[in-house]
Design a protein around this ligand. Structure first.
Ligand code: SAM
Length: 272
């Protein structure tokens, strides 16, 4: 386990994932019944962009820094949350900030240093549980949540070349246990072939009501580069297919550098 999210915190891929995560959680909270969030690959929680790994890669300069400088209207809520929280908030910090008093957050993180950091952060928080355990095993063990409503964020590090296959089977496992849950799964787009195979695997698993959102900064032709990223949703909340393209377009306007093939797309992979 060499991946450390601190090197990439606040980059364009984080902005895309986190802006849509915030929209989805707020949409689920339109109903008063409690919501549980399972964050299967939680990371450290929040990140100092001005020093250490994030400062060394500087990826956040082409991500959240551009949004903070000039927040586009469809991203105003997410950007304001980042501003209020100070250190760049990872998924656990963003979700925690939005929980109502009846909602719960369950975080899984396998890396001992990141898990220690998360435990320290949420030590006295009765609404957050932190598990140092394997995400793929947790999808079978921790679902469905007691609340029977909620979302599952699956955000693997993609260190392993077979991670997309594992993601497709993890989604099938999780969905079989929590059929009305909303699942969000992040994936990298380096070139098209592995992404097509992933979409096909999800379709073949028989899961219904699936959409894929994708943001590419350039034509995904170079398999050695993160050219774009996607977020696949199962059971997207009502209104997602109207609002997500607006959010994606705003991200594209601010974060792309007019390279050939830059695009923002939402595709329905399986009907309800
Ligand atoms: C992309 S980062 C997560 C970032 C976080 N979701 C966010 O948005 O702020 C992936 C995390 O998964 C952890 N990880 C890797 N393999 C894991 C596994 N099998 N189970 C749980 N966590 C794992 C890594 O240590 C890393 O912190």
């Amino acid at each position: 386990m060499n991946y450390r999210h601190a090197f990439h915190a606040g980059n364009f891929a984080d902005c895309m994932k986190h802006a849509l995560l915030v929209w989805v959680l707020l949409a689920l909270q339109r109903k008063p019944t409690p919501v549980a969030v399972l964050d299967t690959h939680a990371g450290a929680g929040s990140y100092d962009l001005a020093s250490g790994p994030a400062e060394r890669t500087g990826e956040w300069h082409d991500g959240i820094e551009r949004l903070l400088r000039d927040p586009p209207a469809p991203l105003a809520g997410y950007v304001e949350l980042v501003r209020q929280l100070g250190l760049y908030p990872g998924s656990p910090a963003l979700v925690r900030a939005l929980l109502r008093s009846t909602d719960q957050l369950i975080c899984c993180e396998l890396h001992p240093d990141e898990a220690r950091e998360l435990r320290r952060r949420f030590a006295h928080d009765r609404q957050v549980a932190v598990h140092q355990r394997d995400a793929w095993e947790a999808l079978g063990a921790l679902l469905p949540p007691r609340e029977r409503r909620g979302l599952v964020l699956i955000d693997p590090p993609f260190e392993d070349s077979r991670e997309l296959e594992r993601l497709a089977s993890g989604l099938a496992t999780g969905h079989a246990r929590f059929r009305n849950g909303t699942f969000l799964a992040w994936y990298p787009i380096k070139h098209r072939a592995p992404v097509r195979a992933f979409h096909t695997a999800v379709r073949r698993s028989g899961v219904r009501d699936v959409v894929a959102t994708e943001l590419c900064l350039r034509e995904p032709l170079d398999p050695a580069r993160l050219n774009g990223c996607g977020l696949l949703l199962i059971n997207p909340p009502f209104g997602f297919e109207t609002d997500a393209p607006i959010i994606l377009d705003a991200l594209l306007q601010r974060l792309s550098r007019d390279e050939t093939g830059a695009s923002a797309e939402l595709t329905r992979l399986a009907d309800e």
